[in-house]
Design a protein around this ligand. Sequence first.
Ligand SMILES: Nc1nc2c(ncn2[C@@H]2O[C@H](COP(=O)(O)OP(=O)(O)OP(=O)(O)O)[C@@H](O)[C@H]2O)c(=O)[nH]1
Ligand SMILES: [Mg+2]
Length: 286
Amino acid sequence: MKSGFVAVAGRPNVGKSTLTNAIAGGKVAIVSDKPQTTRHKIFGIANGDDYQLVLLDLPGFQRPLDALTERMQRTVDTSFEDVEGVLFALSARERIGAGDRYIASRVFSLGVPVVIALNKVDRLKPGHIATQMATAAKLGPFHALHPVSGKTSDGIPELKQELVSLLPEGPPYFPQEQRTNLPLKLQIAELVREKALELTREELPHAISVEVDELADRVVRANVLVETDSQKQIVVGKGGSMIKQIGTRARPEIEALLGHPVFLELQVKVRPHWRRDDTILQRLGV
Ligand SMILES: Nc1nc2c(ncn2[C@@H]2O[C@H](COP(=O)(O)OP(=O)(O)OP(=O)(O)O)[C@@H](O)[C@H]2O)c(=O)[nH]1
Ligand SMILES: [Mg+2]
């Protein structure tokens, strides 16, 4: 039996969570087109007959702006200890530049194999993919480089094999049926936040947080936290239309997670400066 941990590093929005889900074979991390979606360290556990690969999906590397992003970056910084390798994710759809080189300087100095995933190659011309691969190859002494698409799963089985090959002999760390480390309440809060991210724009997504207040037999009560009254107005929407839509989109996924129907009650609350408030952040599990 082979087992071990591999950290997923990369700039915000390159598709780290999408890759984690694709490799774990199920949704463990929420995904959005807004940067800084992932705020926690999330385990994506892939089980095979003779291996257990635990991916650590992480927030993107960033310059901290407040207590929230500071905690997120700390999560990243402390997650590279005791990993068997790093999955370094890049987006083939963007210029590979200074941000990627900064991360490269960090991950290539860890002393573990670095596997580069050049993500988002779906619908790109082969010539463009080849150019991006050549640029990616200059980032450092990589162990392997895989052009993949987390979205279509193109190249994912090969990438997964590559990561499994890095693992030493060892016992499984988690039960076979477990796919992630996040407590149930947090998983539910994340699903609600994902839908809020889908439906809001500009600065608002970053101002939103979700906490599950009550998880009873058939009832889930959650608070959607924002920072100002005007943000609250937007998230509530005309006659409650926006918050209703968030609930409508989140409920089926929560029911799939719990395995039974639930009544989902969402309340929008103003918590000024929650992003700078360590007590609130701790409660949110960040
Ligand atoms: N076309 C395409 N889009 C992708 C692919 N992988 C991810 N995306 C999109 O890229 C966006 C970001 O994906 P995430 O998985 O949330 O990215 P992330 O790196 O985890 O982002 P943060 O958590 O914010 O750092 C989403 O809109 C995804 O749908 C891919 O292979 N192809
Ligand atoms: Mg993410």
